[in-house]
Design a protein around this ligand. Structure first.
Ligand SMILES: Cc1cc2nc3c(=O)[nH]c(=O)nc-3n(C[C@H](O)[C@H](O)[C@H](O)COP(=O)(O)OP(=O)(O)OC[C@H]3O[C@@H](n4cnc5c(N)ncnc54)[C@H](O)[C@@H]3O)c2cc1C
Length: 364
């Protein structure tokens, strides 16, 4: 049984370890702490590209309400170093390749400095990348005045004017966005609410624009509740000069000023630092750019439908033996607390597999 830190070979520039964790966000750092409880060695790589970079305050993290996300990460890193620095190694750097070595039940990875990591198990905690509508100014406001989640920063918009943006590229998610207005956002008592359809014509007699905007079911309700629908394409979204609100310009509607607006990403992909991730799997990535579910045995129709949903905190295994997912890499909807829990699950399962393999060697 190993109680040592990872071993290094200076001649081959190779680190040998039980677990490589790719990603130093909440999921990866929590996996490292959990795994360290087993007194086994692990190496964490953190390339410094966090999904909530630029966000001033985090919410819903128990014990850290309103804390900057960077403070949360640095506290977990400090704990990792203080309590488990003898077995866990945290490295700033990017992994550029991960390969399973067939027949040897292990993985070989390379970092951008050319070092090799020989690991028996790997946790992918690489996060994901949000792709926004290409409206000038929008990207700079992401996580500030252009927000995507009521739990992350919606509450701060209460009792002020607010807008919901739906776009053609997001037509699959727009019905969910519109129903969330009723289910989640109404208690925030926005003093004036807009729905921007960014060119989708909700009065089109064929009904396509209304359908694509997610308004097919509840158009009349939305109107009767006083939501103002602006169908003109949004031309730009910039913060005003005194930095108190957004100036929204339209191609064929007078400009308006609102403090905040809701925007869903139009696409999600693996982290820009992990373009190699998709190549590890024979199945295609999930609809939100996430690590695919392993192929399942035939299931009933209801279960098959449920598999279309984003996963929350279920099985951390992937279809590749010894390769696990945690956090947004496998679950686009996971917030920080869920990512922490998923990191723990992945580390526990990796430790369980290692233990079983070790004991099996003694049995044979
Ligand atoms: C605008 C915004 C606001 C949010 N606000 C909140 C909030 O208030 N509360 C909340 O609970 N959640 C919030 N979230 C969600 C939160 O950001 C995610 O739940 C969380 O970041 C997921 O953690 P993660 O570890 O999976 O990914 P990340 O935090 O994105 O970390 C990914 C890690 O992987 C690393 N990485 C990627 N590829 C490589 C590679 N090849 N080599 C080495 N390292 C690599 C990155 O550098 C990084 O260390 C917000 C999200 C957004 C977009």
């Amino acid at each position: 049984m190993s109680t040592r830190a990872s071993s290094e070979s200076a001649t081959t520039n190779t680190t040998t370890t039980d677990l490589l964790i790719v990603g130093g966000g909440p999921a990866g750092l929590s996996a490292a702490i959990m795994f360290s409880r087993l007194n086994r060695p692990c190496v964490v790589y953190d390339s410094g590209l966090y999904r909530n970079e630029g966000v001033a305050h985090s919410h819903t993290i128990a014990g850290y309400e309103n804390a900057p996300p960077a403070d949360v990460r640095s506290k977990i890193r400090a704990d990792l170093q203080e309590y488990y620095g003898h077995s866990a190694e945290y490295r700033k750097g990017k992994i550029v390749e991960v390969k399973r070595v067939e027949g040897e039940n292990r993985f070989e990875a390379k970092d951008e400095e050319g070092r090799s990591i020989n690991a028996r198990k790997v946790v992918l905690a690489t996060g994901l990348k949000d792709h926004l509508s290409e409206i000038p100014g929008l990207a700079e406001q992401w996580g500030k005045r252009a927000i995507h989640c009521i739990f992350c920063h919606g509450t701060e918009t209460r009792e002020q004017p607010f807008a919901f943006l739906v776009t053609e590229k997001n037509k699959a998610f727009n019905p969910m966005m519109i129903s969330s207005i009723f289910k989640l956002w109404r208690p925030l008592n926005h003093t004036k609410s807009y729905i921007f359809t960014h060119g989708l014509d909700v009065e089109d007699p064929a009904g396509q624009g209304r359908k694509d905007a997610g308004l097919e079911k509840d158009y009349d309700l939305v109107r009767s509740l006083g939501y103002e629908i602006i169908t003109s394409p949004v031309e730009s979204v910039y913060e005003n000069t005194d930095k108190t609100a957004l100036d929204i310009k339209f191609t064929s509607h007078p400009p308006i000023t609102i403090p905040y607006m809701l925007v869903f990403p139009e696409k999600m992909t693996p982290s820009a630092h992990s373009p190699w991730l998709a190549g590890l799997f024979s199945e295609p990535l999930g609809p939100m750019g996430t690590i695919p579910f392993p192929p399942a045995p035939p299931v009933s129709e209801g279960e098959a439908q449920a598999k279309g949903m984003p996963r929350m905190g279920d099985d951390p295994k992937t279809s590749v033996k010894g390769l696990f997912w945690a956090g947004n890499s496998g679950s686009a909807v996971a917030n920080v607390a869920m990512s922490v829990a998923q990191g723990q699950m992945a580390a526990a399962m990796a430790g369980d597999e290692l233990g079983e393999e070790d004991i099996n060697k003694l049995r044979h």
